[in-house]
Design a binder for this molecule. Structure first.
Ligand code: HPA
Length: 278
């Protein structure tokens, strides 16, 4: 992998002339933020050595480098999922690439089903913890010592300062956000009623098919993570009708506007914090 990473980074450095400080992964139905990138440099995954191409509908599959709120970013418009048949290494490869490019923070977004009646479809949840129920771990295999230690602590996978900052930005903009625990499953089938009840009893507020692999690899390499989930549907505990992909996308669209406000302001605050440190 190291050799591939060198090629990927060499290629990307020929495209950009700045160091992105924050990487943003845009989940299902949340790709609009990429349109807010100033002076965008767009690189399709298909052109990047070492990158795999997403097969999920609505995932565009490109990196957008540039600035949001004066803050240097790289946006992943479209992610890879385990249910598409990719390995954990393929899914999390971009995080290793970002680390080597100099990225310090990761904002990871996703669409999820709610197991907590308070967290309604169309609302946003700032993640404060997760349960890895994918049956595997992206760090399995020889440890990449140059990135981090063999047994990284996940006592606080989502940076507490980031959670508080996102909460206060939401409050200032009169946007209702919740804080909660995300359980990651492989999918692609949605959860049964019994599974929803099990996850709820285990302490999960949300269930989804992504985010945890990227977060684990980011934390392993010392990247600070902010996770935000857009609730697209209730799990099967609250109603018996199945939810369509159309419903999921519609509710992600409702949450998207608020998500954009929070992320733009969040990046602005990071920019201010950076200026203070200089
Ligand atoms: N379950 C798992 N993943 C999801 C869901 C869900 O209900 N909604 C959006 N992604």
């Amino acid at each position: 992998m190291i050799c591939n990473l060198k090629n990927t980074n060499h290629f990307l450095k020929t495209k950009i002339s700045f160091t992105p400080e924050t990487a943003i992964i845009l989940g299902t139905g949340l790709s609009e933020l990429a349109d807010s990138v100033e002076n965008p440099i767009i690189v399709p995954y298909s052109e990047i050595p070492g990158f795999s191409v997403s097969t999920a509908p609505s995932h565009k599959g490109r990196l957008v480098f540039g600035y949001i709120s004066n803050h240097p970013v790289v946006v992943m418009q479209g992610r890879l999922h385990y249910y598409e048949g990719y390995t954990m290494e393929q899914i999390t490869y971009p995080i290793r690439v970002f680390k080597q490019l100099g990225v310090k923070n990761l904002i990871v977004t996703n669409a999820s089903g709610s197991l907590n009646e308070k967290m309604y479809p169309g609302s946003l949840v700032v993640l404060n913890d997760h349960i890895n129920f994918m049956g595997t771990n992206p760090l399995i295999g020889k440890n990449m010592d140059e990135f981090g230690e063999r047994f990284p602590s996940l006592h606080e996978p989502y940076n507490r300062h980031f959670v508080e900052l996102a909460n206060s930005i939401a409050a200032e903009h009169s946007i209702e956000v919740f804080n909660g625990t995300y359980a990651a499953v492989t999918g692609p089938s949605l959860e049964t009623r019994a599974e929803c009840i099990m996850f709820q009893r285990l302490g999960a507020d949300l269930v989804g098919m992504s985010t945890v692999p990227e977060t684990i690899v980011a934390v392993h390499s010392g990247i600070n993570v902010l996770g935000i989930s857009s609730v697209t549907n209730y799990g099967n505990i609250f109603h018996s009708s199945s939810h369509s992909q159309e419903e999921i996308r519609k509710n992600a669209g409702i949450a998207q506007k608020n998500l954009l406000t929070i992320i733009k302001e969040f990046l602005y605050r990071l920019h201010l914090e950076d200026e203070k440190c200089q």
